[in-house]
Design a protein around this ligand. Structure first.
Ligand code: NCD
Length: 313
């Protein structure tokens, strides 16, 4: 039987439950590859992956680059101040230029919500959204689910509290769509001014205090304040924010005794999360980073190959 194909990954709505689980299962195989002494398979040999990043990134950009390289693809990084956008070129012309170079996959990060679908409408290549403004970050949600599944065996019935600046977070948005699809319950917590307008329509519970969200949580996912996206002042001071919404050991005690703590990074230590929790035994923050490479290998593989081509592992 021919498997469902992943044409682009622009948001979680591009995925069925079957396809999302197929990405997570494929990533298990690739995680094993990334732990070998020789961390490379020839699956995407002869394919070209272009990383088009217009916003700062450490984890996402380097893990897409490593993922492509570990699959044997040619990977090139474009964007930022070194590209012609800084000379006034439009996104449309940049995409047409890169598409003329016969990229197989374009991975795009951009400050504007909807930028990845704009690129997808204009490119022959498969397009992966690596974060578009405040909209979505689907590969992050997939690696988060992968990390949770590895630690808790299944997502079914788990309570995941996503806490912090929800309104400006593409990570929260993608996770709020994917986790319930995979059987988990999502609850959100943040100051009222940092909860998105119309959050009721997300179909998940939200609180303007941390404590009720943490109660009985299996997973606590903390988010950074997106300073670069804050328009007006939406909270008084960072110190006050930290006092009310920072994750401390005392607050973590409200969650289940085996609860784990996650953060997509970058972490602002001492603001949304205490130092000792970041480095503590319940933190999965570096597991998320490791999972990121394997999950992005799975996404690239499914976007760049025929549905029935074998992994070659
Ligand atoms: C996130 C992002 O860029 O949306 N980071 C990431 O990809 N790991 C979250 C953030 O910037 O706070």
């Amino acid at each position: 039987m021919t498997e469902e194909r992943l044409r682009h990954l622009l948001g979680i709505r591009d995925l069925s439950k079957t396809l999302a689980e197929r990405i997570l299962d494929t990533a298990e195989t690739f995680l094993e590859v990334t732990r070998r002494p020789v961390r490379k398979v020839p699956t995407l040999r002869g394919k070209t992956v272009l990383n088009l990043f217009f916003e700062a990134s450490t984890r996402t950009r380097s893990s897409f680059e490593l993922a492509g390289k570990r699959l044997g693809a040619d990977v090139m990084n474009v964007g930022g101040s070194s590209s012609s956008t800084s000379k006034g070129e439009t996104l449309r012309d940049t995409v047409a230029t890169l598409d003329a170079m016969h990229a197989d996959v374009i991975v795009v990060r951009h400050g504007a919500s909807g930028a990845a679908s704009y690129v997808a409408q204009r490119a022959r290549a498969a397009v992966i959204n690596a974060g578009d403004g405040m909209h979505e970050h689907p590969s992050q949600a997939l690696l988060d689910s992968f990390t949770i599944r590895r630690h808790k065996k299944s997502l079914q019935g788990l309570r995941v509290a996503i806490c912090g600046d929800i309104a400006h977070s593409r990570v929260a948005r993608s996770n709020a769509l994917l986790l319930p699809m995979l059987g988990a319950e999502v609850v959100l917590a943040g100051p009222r001014t940092l909860l998105p307008l119309g959050v009721e329509s997300w179909g998940v519970k939200s609180y303007d205090r941390l404590e009720p969200a943490l109660k009985n949580a299996d997973v606590v996912m903390m988010l950074r304040i997106q300073k670069e996206r804050l328009g007006a002042r939406l909270f008084s001071t960072l110190r006050e924010y930290s006092q009310q919404f920072g994750l401390t050991s005392a607050r973590l005690a409200l969650a289940k005794s085996d609860a784990v703590v996650m953060h997509p990074g970058p972490v602002n230590r001492g603001v949304e999360i205490a130092d000792d929790i970041v480095d503590g035994s319940r933190s999965l923050i570096l597991d998320q980073v490791e999972a990121g490479v394997a999950v992005r290998m799975a996404i690239l593989y499914l976007c760049a190959t025929d549905p029935d081509q074998s992994i070659g592992a």
